[in-house]
Design a protein around this ligand. Structure first.
Ligand SMILES: Nc1nc2c(c(=O)[nH]1)N[C@H]1C(S)=C(S)[C@@H](COP(=O)(O)OP(=O)(O)OC[C@H]3O[C@@H](n4cnc5c(N)ncnc54)[C@H](O)[C@@H]3O)O[C@H]1N2
Ligand code: MOO
Length: 351
């Protein structure tokens, strides 16, 4: 598509569709307006724009251009059916980005979308894959369902060649708007997290009787606070099914937004928690989660209130199945069994 042809002046010329890129020797480029950003990389020190698109080349620039390996520059004649890399990246970012994202300025053919809040990245993998199979343009994102903080990068759009057919970008816009009308949401967004008041029942006769000091309360409290929620009440119970049921019902009657029950989630005879959560009347979405750590986690709803059975690892591992599901619950997502089943692929972290 881009065969170099010697032009009348002897300089190399690339035709891309109806657009033309003409090579100009840097020595002859004084007065030329740069057609794109020029990047300098000093390993370990600097990577970024040395010259900006639109800069008018001066005599003093020539040695600097040679230092970054430029013997030639492009003079660009852009056809109306084509887009400059920066404009292509910008139009893609405008088409795709939605709720709680800020857009950086086009930079070396790239536009970055950053989160403006602490929230849950919500990204359509289907849209990302479709766009990346169009060719000549690229969209890179974080994975959907990940917690992002204010200022974190969520997605970046990029044009691959310097000149991109406008039709490619129009196709991106079409895919994005089709997604919006079908799903009623943006293809790339950050969902806000609700501030929830959670209650924790810590089971275990060894903790209840004071044989050992509780470590679950502080750990769960920290995990909730990091996401803007709070541990409103913690109570303790021995390994007795009926007492655990009564305490769960007490929490339900207090109107907490989320109920957590820690310990007793495994296979020992004293592990009463899953049975007690069921006996309290919860609809169990899943007992057992294909992620390590956190495989013994239980998730369900008790009269619409999310209820978790938390295995021991939640207390001492920073990233468990609880840490994956908690932000989704806070973002208002209804957790289904299929979603839990999908956590296994990529779900092996440690254990
Ligand atoms: N044979 C099998 N063994 C284990 C399995 C299994 O499937 N088969 N699962 C493992 C997994 S995974 C986990 S996680 C653990 C623990 O699960 P539990 O939720 O039943 O935990 P507990 O037995 O109640 O306690 C484990 C450990 O942690 C201490 N603990 C509990 N609560 C507190 C608290 N509030 N503060 C401080 N310390 C606490 C408790 O005393 C125990 O030492 O099971 C694996 N084993
Ligand atoms: O539930 Mo266990 O937590 O996989 O360590």
């Amino acid at each position: 598509m881009t065969k170099p042809n010697p032009s009348a002046s002897g300089a190399e010329e690339k035709r891309i569709g109806d657009s033309v890129l003409r090579e100009v020797k840097v020595e002859d480029a004084v007065g030329l307006i740069l057609a794109h950003d020029l990047t300098q990389i000093l390993p370990g020190t600097f990577k970024g724009r040395l010259f900006r698109k639109g800069h008018k080349v001066t005599e003093e620039d020539i040695p600097k251009l040679k230092d970054i390996g430029k013997e030639h520059l492009y003079a660009m004649e852009l056809a109306p059916t084509d887009l400059h890399e920066d404009d292509a990246a910008l139009r893609m970012a405008l088409a795709l980005g939605g709720q709680n994202l800020s857009r950086g300025e086009p930079h070396e053919g790239k536009v970055t979308l950053k989160s403006t809040i602490t929230g849950l990245a919500s990204i359509s993998k289907e849209v990302v894959d479709r766009i990346n199979s169009l060719g000549e343009i690229a969209l890179a994102t974080v994975t959907s369902g990940r917690v992002v903080r204010e200022g974190d990068h969520v997605a970046a759009t990029r044009a691959i060649p310097l000149i991109v057919p406008e039709a490619k970008v129009a196709e991106v816009e079409r895919i994005a708007s089709e997604y919006r009308s079908r799903e009623g949401s943006d293809p790339i967004a950050v969902k806000p997290l609700r501030k929830m008041r959670a209650a924790l029942l810590s089971t275990g006769t060894e903790v209840f009787s004071g044989r050992i000091q509780d470590k679950f309360g502080p750990a769960v409290s920290r995990k909730l606070e990091e996401l803007g929620s709070e541990l409103a009440e913690q109570r303790f119970a021995p390994d007795d099914r009926q007492i655990i049921v009564n305490e769960i019902i007490y929490f339900l009657n207090q109107g907490y937004d989320m109920i957590l029950v820690s310990g007793g989630m495994s296979v020992d005879p004293d592990d009463r928690t899953p049975g007690a959560i069921a006996a309290a009347g919860a609809d169990i979405v899943s007992y057992g989660t294909p992620m390590l750590p956190g495989s013994m986690l239980l998730f369900g709803y008790l009269r619409g209130v999310p209820i978790f059975g938390l295995p021991g690892c939640v207390m001492h591992d920073p990233y468990t199945s609880f840490d994956v599901l908690l932000p989704r619950v806070l973002a208002g997502e209804k957790i289904e069994r299929e979603e839990i089943a999908r956590m296994g692929y990529g779900g092996l972290h440690r254990c």
